[in-house]
Design a protein around this ligand. Structure first.
Ligand SMILES: Nc1ncnc2c1ncn2[C@@H]1O[C@H](COP(=O)(O)OP(=O)(O)OP(=O)(O)O)[C@@H](O)[C@H]1O
Ligand SMILES: N[C@@H](CCO)C(=O)O
Length: 317
């Protein structure tokens, strides 16, 4: 159950007086989710999601909310923050920063088909194009410096073979020059559990709280490493092709991006291998136990290193 901070019906009624959303009809805690407190809020004007931010400070949040507003206003299926009567999207409820956003249709998928992957490719490319006009300073907190520092923390917990892979990957990243690749605002966590699928269509992309400015191809690699992976950590060529082709149709990928693709898949796998190792070995005090299995990304990274030529393969039309 992921209601860490309880909000009563009466408190919500009171809070809604600051909004032009009509009267509260229903308030339901959302069981899934592991970081924030979320509620479905139904009023006489529609259905919304209330988020009480359990980890981010009020200073960090405006960029994310502004980004969602920017993307939603450009037709990207993502939560649209609702402004209160003073024009603010971020408020405070029960001592936590809080926001109301539009409620999107759909639910996240366990398994993705090539058709789903194509949908994701299209939405991701449109998000990158729409994000180009968003101006804000949002650095990637999971950057190479973070990867080097985190690798040093988790290395002592690894068996020799994995430690070798970690060192080899760090050396690879040191020499991997991505500075000339197209950059922009990226979601940086576009896993299946952050996308609500409404039938075969994307109902909405959620969880923009890792969004930052970085290499666009990196965002594609993050998505491919989740949406197009077989249980053994290898990539399913059909799903990869579907995602890349659909992306390419919206934002054509360049020869430099083609060249960098196998390396980018490695970097994307490394980032999540490291964060999962870090969460496992250094859990935050008071945090819900939710460490995800690092071995999953260990296999994906190993596959990316061993299958380099195949990954470059047949790419886009
Ligand atoms: N805008 C939305 N529209 C519809 N459903 C939503 C929306 N935002 C969140 N949800 C629902 O709430 C659930 C929990 O949200 P989310 O995954 O963002 O939780 P979190 O704790 O904030 O983040 P995380 O679990 O990724 O750390 C989602 O799986 C989804 O079912
Ligand atoms: N999507 C991440 C968790 C949030 O960053 C993972 O599966 O490891």
């Amino acid at each position: 159950m992921s209601v860490f901070t309880t909000v009563s019906f009466e408190q919500m009624q009171q809070w809604l007086k600051g909004y032009a959303l009509g009267e509260l009809l229903d308030l339901q805690g959302i069981a899934s989710g592991i970081t924030n407190t979320n509620y479905f809020v139904t009023t006489t004007s529609g259905r919304y999601v209330l988020t009480l931010f359990e980890e981010h400070s009020a200073e960090e949040l405006p960029n994310f909310l502004n980004l969602m507003t920017h993307l939603a206003e450009r037709g990207i299926p993502c939560p649209h923050p609702v402004k209160d009567k003073t024009g603010a999207a971020l408020g405070e409820l029960n001592g936590k920063p809080a926001a109301l956003v539009s409620c999107l249709a759909g639910k996240s998928l366990e398994t993705a088909t090539p058709q789903h992957c194509a949908e994701i490719g299209t939405v991701l490319a449109r998000m990158h194009v729409a994000g180009a006009s968003f101006k804000a300073d949002m650095s990637n907190l999971r950057c190479q410096r973070w990867r080097v520092a985190t690798a040093a923390k988790v290395a002592p917990f690894l068996q020799a073979e994995n430690r070798q892979m970690l060192d080899a990957q760090l050396a690879f990243e040191q020499a991997f020059d991505t500075s000339a690749l197209p950059r922009g605002v990226i979601h940086a966590d576009l896993f299946r559990d952050n996308v609500l699928m409404d039938g075969d269509k994307v109902g909405g992309v959620i969880d923009f709280y890792y969004a930052c400015q970085d290499v666009l191809l990196y965002d594609i690699a993050i998505a491919v490493n989740d949406w197009c992976v077989n249980p053994d950590g290898s990539l399913d060529a059909v799903r990869v092709q579907a995602l890349l082709n659909a992306y390419h149709a919206e934002r054509p990928l360049g020869a430099d991006e083609h060249q960098a693709w196998p390396g980018m898949l490695r970097v994307a796998a490394m980032r999540f291998w490291l964060s999962r190792l870090n969460d496992l070995h250094f859990p935050q005090a008071g945090e819900l136990t939710h460490a995800k299995d690092p071995a999953y990304f260990e296999h994906i990274l190993r596959n990316s290193i061993e299958k380099r030529e195949q990954l470059l393969g047949n790419w886009v039309n």
